[in-house]
Design a protein around this ligand. Sequence first.
Ligand code: SAM
Length: 239
Amino acid sequence: MRIDVVSLFPEFVAQCAGFGVVGRAVERGLLSIHGTNPRDFAEGNYRRVDDRPFGGGPGMVMLVDPLRRALASARASGDGPARVVYLSPQGARLDQAGVRRLSSLPRLVLLCGRYEGVDERLVRAEVDEEVSIGDYVLSGGELPAAVLIDAIARLQSGALNDAESAAQDSFEDGLLDCPHYTRPVEHEFGAVPDVLLSGDHARIARWRWMQALGRTADRRPDLFAGRTLSKTDIALLRE
Ligand code: SAM
């Protein structure tokens, strides 16, 4: 998969290509990340990329044309069509299903805003979808782009080692993940639950499933409400 990031600070997003799972996905050739700076497509001595908003008010708005040219260049740099995603607090809130959908595409162009955001005409003409990483406002789209890239990288086949398998992560089966423990067995903060030391794989799987169900019901009743419980789920919850 190829991801192009259109940003005034492309090196900020490129940083995430150097570490952990994203770094491994890049190293293994599963993902490539490229930056395009709209300032390189701006005109005049000052290479302006923003201007004051019509109608007055605080802040600056990103200009249509440098972004338009930057997007065209990013699109042309790879093969085949790319989906253009504008990271915006006004977009659809990102969830694991959304990440999965985007991670299955061969190409993405991520547009990062700054200041008050991007001239609305550019969004309407060039953007395929708007994605928010949550109901709060950051000063730029670079962190949201890095968040999306990280979540996508985990889902590229071969990016995770077995021990980190994404299949057991929260949200994959509509539930939160179960709690995890490692050595030592006894600690002043408590002991590891006996069942995990039993070697009985069926019992362990049942315990984990029950913990996941219980946690989801406690912590995320919204996720739990949308779930149809099987007879086994109900029996486990009653245990
Ligand atoms: N005036 C805009 C509003 O209230 O909707 C906020 C602009 S914000 C200061 C600047 C840029 O940060 C946005 O254009 C967007 O790219 C990015 N951004 C901020 N919060 C975000 C969020 N929650 N999700 C995704 N992108 C975000």
